[in-house]
Design a protein around this ligand. Structure first.
Ligand code: SF4
Length: 260
């Protein structure tokens, strides 16, 4: 098993642990990764090892490919549970992301009105008004917040911009007024620099829960690594650890979904 670069602009459908039968939309080039983070657990690998040469798909290419795939799925008797924006990097970084969301909602309504539209994002563009507004229009606005510890973020999520400020990100997540799902990776083991990356202890969990209370998401998804990661020293958080964290999240009044 190795890290994976997804086809673009459409891949799957794949069965997702969290989302059901998911048709993927990848707004990044088909031959590499473009992300504002460079997570040491990224299933696509490190940014430096996957510099793309192709261009991102255009708005028109995305709409056409999505429609063609849904027509084919319809002929095969398949209906997606969800159309998921994910893939090789950060979807909201596509310059036409807001218009692509509008196209997708229209096409979804035409071919599979019961399917949800989900966006998996690392939250770094949520300060942009048009991105915020587009995320308010999707069914599942799934935003990453692995911890609120700046040093941990620097070592594990590794934002590309030196100006990443988790306090501002928390304010931006709270601005969704509950129309968001917070997604958090829990893991253990050693980072690329040899440091401990265990974020399952109270030192990390309690401040993160205080941030959830500020954000008031409609749901929290916690998970651990499931596929090969570029950093080979990482380990899964155990069932017991994830269950304990989920109990604490629920005790604070939030729905919490766990993927082991
Ligand atoms: S935010 Fe997602 S796509 Fe970007 S590096 Fe992290 S895991 Fe990979």
């Amino acid at each position: 098993m190795s890290t994976v670069i997804y086809p673009s602009p459409i891949y799957g459908p794949v069965h997702s642990r969290r989302l059901g039968l998911s048709l993927g939309v990848n707004l990044m080039p088909a031959d590499g990764k473009v992300c504002t983070f460079d997570c040491i657990y990224c299933e696509c690998g490190y940014n430096k090892d996957h510099t793309p040469h192709a261009k991102r798909p255009t708005r028109e290419e995305v709409a056409q490919a999505l429609e063609e795939t849904l027509v084919k799925m319809q002929k095969d008797g398949q209906v997606p549970d969800v159309i998921t924006f994910a893939g090789n990097g950060e979807p909201t970084g596509h310059p036409d992301f807001p218009d692509i969301i509008d196209d997708t909602l229209r096409i979804r309504d035409q071919y599979c009105p019961k399917a949800k539209v989900s966006v998996l994002s690392n939250s770094t563009f949520t300060n942009q008004p048009l991105v915020h507004a587009a995320l308010m229009r999707v069914d599942n606005n799934i935003l990453k917040l692995d911890t609120i510890d700046p040093d941990y973020i620097r070592r594990v999520d590794r934002p590309v911009s030196p100006h990443y400020d988790v306090k501002k990100i928390i304010e931006q997540l709270a601005a969704f007024s509950g129309h968001c799902i917070i997604q958090t990776m829990f893991l253990k083991g050693k980072g690329a620099d040899g440091s401990d990356v265990d974020n399952t202890s109270d030192e990390y969990v309690q401040p993160w829960i205080r941030a959830l209370i500020k954000i008031q998401p409609r749901e929290v998804m916690i998970y651990t690594i499931d596929r090969e990661t570029p950093d080979r020293e990482l380990q899964k958080a155990s069932h017991e650890e994830l269950d304990r964290i989920a109990r604490e999240v629920r005790a604070n009044g939030f729905l919490c979904q766990v993927s082991y």
